[in-house]
Design a protein around this ligand. Structure first.
Ligand code: ZN
Length: 135
């Protein structure tokens, strides 16, 4: 698999309203985008840190993936996202090498990216996202 960079780190928070000012102060940069991803039942806020981004995730529905994560584990690092050339190819390579997938096919993520998740059972406990601009 050809990973070009850490695209972003996803952090689950209870409230964007309180987390955004903290990250603006910490990083010395303004949140540049807030976007709701309806499929994922989540509202996201993005910051640039060099070539990498911080993605804050607020649940919009307790039955969604972030809602469940917050209930089980509380706030904290939720996933790491690696940039690849084409998500579907990378997911195929991962599966062929024995990594368990959450998504067999890429789906729509924030910022117009196509994303797919690897299962933390296969990734040493780290929920791992692959993302690309191309499908
Ligand atoms: Zn993400």
């Amino acid at each position: 698999m050809n990973v070009s960079k850490i695209e972003h780190i996803g952090i689950a928070v209870d409230k964007l309203d309180t987390a955004i000012p903290y990250y603006e102060t910490l990083l010395g940069t303004k949140c540049y985008a807030i976007e709701e991803v309806v499929d994922q039942k989540v509202k996201t806020a993005f910051f640039k840190v060099g070539e990498t981004k911080i993605e804050l995730l607020e649940s919009t529905d307790p039955t969604g993936p972030i809602g469940k994560f917050l209930e089980k584990k509380g706030q904290g690092v939720h996933h790491i996202a690696f940039a690849v050339d084409k998500v579907n190819e990378a997911l195929g390579e991962a599966e062929a090498s024995g990594i368990q997938l959450i998504d067999k096919q890429g789906r729509k993520g924030a910022e117009g990216l196509t994303i797919g998740f690897l299962h933390p059972k296969s990734t040493f406990g780290v929920l791992t996202e692959l993302c690309s601009e191309k499908i």
